[in-house]
Design a protein around this ligand. Structure first.
Ligand code: F6P
Length: 492
């Protein structure tokens, strides 16, 4: 807020994302119920939009939304304390299918993640993607109060949007944040519309990635496929008469002071969660919390648990793995298949290693509220964030933030951006079941002193590098760019 007031005084902040921060669903009684989606993007951007009283433009995807397509497309949120406007964009079934399920999630998602799932590129999906990006551009222009808004474009759903905004609002500051990894230029080259995607993104004033590695991959892709000038010392790309800064801005969370105040103490959370999911008192609780997605390494975690039982049979009965997996993109074959495989493997492990009321794997494929998720973090002895590939992964940061008792162990994939910051986690390769099982054992037998030492350091890092710092550094860079633009105009 201070940066906006001092450095960007006339700025209107517009956030654009696919997911809305409050999904409007219809409950059993026909009343509208607001659900906060399982989305790192939403947890990060929501506090920022609240703080700067911005406008958030997103796809209105809830069951209640669908009925008001011609009705109210603008609501004030959060419901309990309205602080900003949520402007919903309505999509037809075909648009949703082609743009979101198709091009974004069957094309770009597997293209950008190393998870060995082949991307699918269909011409019709591309056309829908382009049309929906245009629809969002129209909405940004309609919402802009002046010629120079700050538009925060979020994620791989909107690669074409920055250019479309730039064409119609040439003086806008467009900050695009790519929440997923960017592949190397060889992998990226298989996308049939690679130049169009790069051209679209280079309409941005700034493009942000979670890690320097992904920022470098992007710059290499530009260098290889576009007529551009790369100024590596300034981390800038000049293309078509415009300069775009390409930087790493590691995303984070809001340090959850209020949320923790509203939660029961750790001991109570432990008792409650153990009772709710039937975890025996003498078993350690290992948890995984994420969307049910093939990039998250859920099956690999189950394999590692089995490996642990094979190597250390004395651990059978002494550890339970609770996997919370919020369904998303569930109509796509890859996601359906993953869901079935997770269920099958969980049942197999329970049959093989369970006895009496002891089930080593509890798989709950349901959405949980943020409060419930934090209770689970607080109840856990170990949290496993073992994605096969991930931009940042905010579950790792949330787990650390939830543990004001300074206990609990984090197992973290070396392929998640968070592993660049949370060095005191037990860093693992999720493809290596033997290594994972050894790390699980190390976590299961780790004493409280070592846990505290590691947790304390990680908590400091997440508290200091919180989401306000993330947004603040992008806004400061934007302010510098704007000043530079003003100077250029004066001296021209
Ligand atoms: O991880 C990338 C991402 O776009 C996040 O930014 C977001 O949390 C998540 O995927 C959303 O998934 P979906 O909206 O498709 O369920």
């Amino acid at each position: 807020r201070k940066i906006l007031a001092e450095d960007l005084p006339d700025a209107q902040v517009i956030v654009v994302s696919n997911r809305e921060p409050y999904i409007h669903n219809e409950d059993k009684n026909g009343d509208v119920e607001l659900v906060v989606p399982a989305s790192g993007l939403v947890s990060a951007l929501e506090p920022i939009t609240r703080a700067c009283a911005g406008t958030w433009i997103a796809y209105g995807g809830g069951s209640a939304d669908r009925q008001v397509v011609d009705g109210d497309d603008r609501v004030q949120v959060p419901p309990e304390n309205p602080s900003y406007a949520l402007r919903r964009v309505w999509l037809t079934e075909e648009e949703y299918q082609g743009y979101y399920l198709g091009f974004a999630n069957e094309g770009l998602w597997p293209l950008c993640h190393i998870a060995f799932t082949r991307p699918i590129f269909r011409e019709s999906d591309w056309e829908a993607y382009e049309a929906v990006n245009r629809k969002f551009a129209d909405t940004v222009v309609a919402e802009a109060r002046n010629e120079r808004p700050i538009v925060l474009v979020q994620d791989y759903h909107f690669a074409l949007l920055p250019r479309m905004i730039r064409e119609r609002l040439p003086e806008a500051i467009v900050i695009t944040f790519w929440h997923i990894p960017w592949p190397n230029s060889e992998v990226f080259s298989i996308c049939p519309w690679r130049e169009r995607i790069l051209d679209g993104l280079l309409g941005s004033s700034i493009i942000g990635f979670h890690t320097q590695f992904h920022a470098n991959n992007f710059t290499e892709s530009v260098d290889r496929f576009m007529e551009s000038r790369i100024e590596r010392a300034d981390a800038a790309v000049s293309y078509g008469g415009q300069t775009t800064l390409v930087h790493a801005y590691p995303i984070s969370i809001e340090w959850p002071v209020q949320l923790l105040k509203s939660l029961p103490p750790v001991e109570e959370c432990r008792a409650h969660i153990r009772e709710r999911f039937g975890i025996p008192a003498d078993a350690k609780l290992c948890v995984g919390v994420e969307r049910l997605d093939y990039t998250k390494g859920i099956l690999d975690r189950f394999h590692a648990l089995e490996e642990l039982f094979i190597r250390y049979p004395e651990m059978i009965g002494k550890a339970v793995f609770l996997q919370i997996a919020a369904p998303s993109r569930g109509t796509l074959p890859a996601y359906k298949h993953l869901h079935e495989e997770c269920q099958r493997l969980a049942e197999e492990l329970n049959e093989r290693y369970g006895s009496g009321s002891y089930r080593p794997v509890v798989l709950v494929a349901e959405h949980h509220s943020q409060k419930d998720v934090y209770k689970i973090y607080r109840a856990a002895d170990i949290c496993l964030v073992t994605s096969l590939h991930d931009g940042m992964n905010l579950v790792a940061k949330e787990f650390v933030a939830a543990r004001d008792d300074e206990e609990g162990v984090l197992l973290l994939s070396t392929f998640a951006g968070a592993s660049r910051e949370l060095l005191e986690a037990l860093i693992v390769n999720p493809y290596d079941a033997a290594m994972m099982s050894e790390a699980m054992r190390q976590a299961l037998i780790m004493g409280p002193d070592e846990q505290r030492e590691r947790m304390r350091r990680m908590r400091e890092i997440v508290r200091d590098n919180n989401v306000y710092r993330w947004a603040g550094s992008m806004l400061l860079d934007a302010a510098r760019l704007r000043k530079r633009g003003e100077l250029d105009r004066v001296t021209a």
